[in-house]
Design a protein around this ligand. Structure first.
Ligand code: SF4
Length: 83
């Protein structure tokens, strides 16, 4: 008999190992309200894990900061468009 736990797999978080944001301070990716996110987005643009990072943020409903090159507002817009 197969149970739900038999089919569950751990999420692939290997993209975090090479995350470029790990080299920057948290204030860089979680700027104060009204602050620019441009530099964080530029770093995301060079990050090889960008799409996996964005997918993670969308799946986990991350509300704050820049993830996968998108701000919280941009992720919210993307989610609404995909419904
Ligand atoms: S895409 Fe941006 S936020 Fe995501 S891991 Fe890379 S640098 Fe960090």
């Amino acid at each position: 008999m197969q149970t739900d736990t038999d089919t569950l797999t751990a999420p692939d978080l290997t993209w975090r190992e090479n995350a470029l944001c790990a080299q920057a301070g948290p204030e860089f990716f979680f700027p104060a309200p009204g602050s620019s996110t441009r530099e964080a987005k530029q770093l995301c643009g060079a990050c090889e894990g960008r799409l996996a990072c964005l997918d993670y943020a969308l799946r986990h409903d991350e509300r704050f900061g820049v993830w996968g090159g998108l701000s919280e507002k941009e992720r919210g817009r993307l989610k609404r468009q995909s419904r």
